[in-house]
Design a protein around this ligand. Structure first.
Ligand code: SAM
Length: 251
């Protein structure tokens, strides 16, 4: 797949995702903004990585919230896992994305953009053992407040509960990777030419999250009384060399 195809899925807004959700010409991965080769065959490994970071998923009878579940196999895996363990699962996404998920016991669907719809999660506030927002907050960074998003997600957590804001594309991490020997070799293989890898230091990168943004989310959560860490993705995941996860636990 050429660079143009990847560019089709760059810089999507919440409304762009609403449009993609109902586009019958797209694969399930493309509907959530990924070229197939970023996700096809990888979602089980992604789910297992999430499970390791949110151990409450393996308990039973808890409240679990997925903000921005999308409509590929990943939310389906979460749903099946939650059904088997009697969790109360909440999906928050556009009605177009939620249309892909059949109604059923154990699943509550809250249509709309988070945190605009946070008031509708009054029942879940302070009760969630696990909150997940995987590959979502980068789209909030474009046209909303990542701090508003984080604060509202923190408010959902029960004592001991954990929030995973996962799959953060970090432009600084990406540049560090592509500046390395391994990154340069990978770029050469991908581009199939001798063009320089995309390394950018000391430059304004509009719309892209970087170390400053990612680490400020840690600081924000800690200042609000939560434990917070940036944690690596399992190396088998497709973007582990330039993406990382924010894990927050309510003490
Ligand atoms: C890249 S997809 C990720 C889907 C899923 N979490 C996954 O990793 O397979 C981003 C999803 O987040 C949703 N989304 C984006 N901004 C959102 C917001 N502010 N509130 C709720 N959902 C949002 C989009 O509609 C889309 O379904």
């Amino acid at each position: 797949m050429g660079g143009k195809d990847y560019a089709r899925f760059a810089e999507l807004s919440f409304d762009d995702f609403r449009r993609l959700a109902h586009d019958e010409a797209l694969s399930p991965y493309e509907r959530i903004g990924f070229p197939d080769d970023y996700r096809e065959g990888f979602e089980r490994a992604i789910f297992e990585d999430i499970r390791r970071k949110l151990p409450a998923l393996d308990g039973s009878g808890s409240v679990v919230v997925d903000i921005g579940p999308g409509c590929s196999e990943l939310p389906q895996m979460l749903r099946t896992h939650c059904e088997e363990r009697d969790h109360h699962l909440v999906f928050v996404d556009s009605s177009e994305m939620l249309d892909h998920h059949a109604d059923g016991p154990g699943l509550r669907k809250v249509p709309g953009r988070f945190p605009d719809v946070a008031a509708e999660l009054g029942e879940e506030r302070g009760t969630a053992a696990a909150v997940l927002a995987y590959s979502v907050i980068q789209y909030v960074f474009e046209d909303g407040s990542v701090f508003g998003f984080l604060d509202a997600a923190l408010e959902l957590l029960a004592p001991g509960g954990a929030l995973l804001i996962g799959d953060l594309p970090n432009a600084s991490m990406r540049s560090r990777y592509f500046a390395s020997d391994a990154g340069q070799a990978r770029h050469k293989e991908f581009a199939q030419d001798d063009s320089p890898p995309p390394v950018s230091f000391n430059a304004i990168q509009r719309g892209r999250m970087d170390d400053a943004v990612v680490l400020s989310l840690v600081a924000r959560a800690r200042a609000a009384g939560f434990h917070a860490w940036i944690v690596p993705q399992d190396p088998s995941l497709p973007m582990a060399n330039r993406r990382e996860d924010l894990l927050v636990v309510r003490p």
